[in-house]
Ligand binder design. Sequence first.
Ligand SMILES: [Zn+2]
Length: 317
Amino acid sequence: MKFDAPHFRDEKAARQYVEGLRWPSGRVCPKCGTVGGEYETKREGRYRCGSKGCRKDFTVTTGTVMESSHIRLTVWLVAFYMMASSKKGVSAHQLHRSLDLTYKSAWFLCHRIREAMKAGGMLAPMGGAGSIVEADETYYGRSDLPKREHRLESQRRKPSIRHAHKDQRPKRPVVALVERGGKARVFHVAVASKENVQRIVRENVDPASRLHTDESRLYFGMDAEFAAHETVKHSAGEYVRGDVHSNSAEGFFGVFKKGMRGVYQHCDEKHLHRYLSEFEFRFNSRTALGVNDAERTALAVKGAEGKRLTYRRTHSA
Ligand SMILES: [Zn+2]
């Protein structure tokens, strides 16, 4: 059984599991950074920093997305596991039902786990000599841009604003960069303009890489910036030419859209980046890269450190 491990059933085991992930070589005071200088307090799992002038009390959840949560650690770990191991994600409704949480708690918990899954820190450039990076864009849901602004944009004949009907809001553009056989970085942009898309490509991809895209005008003029810029002509029915294609990026979009439609159904544009982080996280720790469900869960739990997400921030950002 999936949830047989003690850390899914016993609070002490859960705490020890998270402590082991967070502090593999001694407990670290989250305030001053002192390692191993803490005392145990009367409350199990609560420590006091031994450093003079600090003396901060902390637990394993201090300074993580789990801080000041009333939800038990075992429940957190089950939720982490469910979100890390299901290909298309888990809805707040499902967590609400299966974990006996209020819907509101489940919803907030999902967003905090997404925050933990978000890639952080300095990211090295993607690709490099001999590597292929695919760039592609797609559209998901309707933008929050007002219709008027959308008309202005379309009057400017931006090739990237797609709309099924002139009275509908423009769709939300998503740009994906995928290293062939490797990892992805995914971005939600307000408008998929040539400037926005090319800036993302430029900021993330090593110039020694071969860049693969479709024939979209968004990538025009990038030839000189990479070892090669090779395109397939989707409009002419060409999807693969030798090793030139953008199938990895399209595969990512396929899983993302299936999950969003099937599991999440609705998401405000302001939250779209969080869902993208979640799908990106699972893609970048997928089974094909040698990561199993338990390891993927551990990666997400480790990612909880250094991130806070308040209810207010969840709603405003
Ligand atoms: Zn301290």
